[in-house]
Design a protein around this ligand. Structure first.
Ligand code: GLU
Length: 442
């Protein structure tokens, strides 16, 4: 049975790279009907923080990446010591200044990476390269010198705890970032010394910023939780994380998690580094928003509207739902809703003098007051009825629809771009629509 693990160190928040590692492990586990283990690698007592553990768990739950088992390495120090003792007893390790070190044997190490193919480590010059490639162009591995297994303070080092746990937890596939390729040879030597069968390895490519450099704050390297705060939906977020190094095939880009589970294979994960694009993420998010369940979307929008100071106290859910409907095709994120639809909540927005000069003509005073009168007498105030009343008024006054739509929109919304005029009127309601038409002509 397949058993994989995501093994974050809680020395920081869950970032894009970590989110993708968690996701790919989860996809593989679910697709193979295997087990997904979450292992908190909190061996560094100084740098590990509970706050980060909480945030990592929270982000994973938000992304929908549920785990079947969870372990904390800080609770397993006795186990690591026991295996270090075993190496000492067998003469494979020695003590120095209270620390336990591994006697690294010198040999060539080869392993087959499920994403990258055969990888050979030449211990002579400590360079890793793929078969057929020039060793000189390989990834530098840290020298295979004698490695500390357990520090003098009793805490295990990453590679040792990782190997002991991956073996004891019966992990079948280690799926992790390419930055760990260089750790793999020493881990393989540890498997051998401990008499454990190594798992299969799959190293995912790096994620770069659009500037071609390492992912930085500016190019998108912020915590998953920050994307949540920016108004991204979890479904869109996992969809985007998937596309960083994997494709469902053809030119399909929108794929739900359960559909991806059925299609995901490690073989199809790209070798080339992925580039994080905020624009693409926003596009995907917008696509999800367009089709999202209205009730859920309204619930999700509420905290954003509150935060922007547009609503307070008890919420008129029907109104929020109507607003979300009005904007769902033009809001890439939930935060964009508050930025764009503020006029629906606030009466006191100012109309840009330039827009006024461009769209308002003196004769509109009469036009707007006639519209107001007609709208006051409208039998109902849904978009269809309002449109009928409005079109009739336009016709009776001998105007052209195309001439008057923009001025009306500016009067009602403060902007000459936005959703359909009649839908906007219906959401604004009769009273506000009339008041704004009249106000704009004073
Ligand atoms: N704790 C390691 C990290 O966060 C895990 C690496 C691994 O998956 O082996 O990078």
């Amino acid at each position: 049975m397949v058993k994989v693990r995501f093994a974050p160190s809680p020395t920081g928040y869950l970032h894009i790279g970590g989110g993708r590692a968690a996701l790919f492990n989860w996809l593989y586990a679910r697709g193979q009907e295997g087990v997904f283990v979450l292992r908190i690698e909190d061996t560094d007592r100084q740098r590990s923080k509970q706050e980060f553990v909480d945030e990592i768990l929270d982000s994973m739950r938000w992304l929908g990446l549920t785990w079947d088992e969870i372990y904390y390495q800080s609770q397993r120090f006795d186990i690591y010591r026991q295996y270090a003792q075993q190496l000492l007893a067998a003469g494979n390790a020695y003590e120095e200044n209270g620390a336990i070190l591994f006697k690294t044997p010198a040999k060539e190490i080869k392993f087959f990476d499920l994403i990258r193919g055969e990888i050979v480590f030449d211990t002579g010059n400590f360079v890793a390269y793929q078969e057929g490639a020039d060793p000189a162009a390989g990834t530098e591995a840290p020298g295979l010198k004698d490695e500390v297994l357990i520090k003098a303070d009793g805490s295990p080092v990453y590679s040792f705890a990782c190997v002991v746990d991956d073996a004891l937890m019966e992990i079948t596939h280690v799926i992790r970032g390419e930055d760990h390729i260089s750790n793999t040879p020493k881990q393989l030597l540890l498997y051998e010394a401990l008499g454990f069968k190594p798992p299969k390895f799959a190293h995912m490519p790096l994620i770069m910023g659009e500037d071609g450099g390492r992912l930085s704050k500016r190019t998108g390297a912020v915590a998953v939780t920050d994307y949540r705060r920016m108004g991204f939906l979890p479904e869109a977020m996992v969809n985007y994380l998937m596309l960083l190094s994997w494709s469902p095939g053809g030119d399909q880009e929108i794929i739900a998690l359960d559909a991806a589970v059925k299609k995901f294979t490690l073989k199809k994960v790209n070798k080339a580094s992925a580039v994080f694009s905020m624009e693409k993420l926003r596009w995907i998010n917008g696509e999800y928003i367009k089709k999202y369940d209205a009730e859920k979307l309204a619930d999700m929008a509420v905290p954003f509207l509150r935060e922007a100071g547009l609503i307070a106290g008890t919420v008129d859910r029907e109104k929020i739902k109507a607003i979300v409907e009005l904007y769902r095709s033009r809001m890439p994120t939930l935060a964009d809703l508050s930025a764009r639809a503020g006029f629906l909540f606030k009466n006191d927005f100012a109309i840009d003098p330039e827009l006024k000069a461009k769209h308002f003509k003196p004769e509109y005073a009469k036009t707007f007051s006639e519209f107001s009168e007609r709208l006051r007498q409208a039998p109902a105030f849904d978009a269809t009825t309002v449109e009928k009343v409005f079109r009739k008024a336009v016709e009776d006054m001998g105007l052209k629809m195309s001439d008057i739509v923009h001025p009306c929109r500016v009067a009602l919304t403060g902007s000459d771009v936005g959703p359909g005029l009649f839908e906007t009127m219906a959401v604004l309601g009769q009273e506000k629509t009339i008041a704004r038409l009249l106000r704009s002509i004073i």
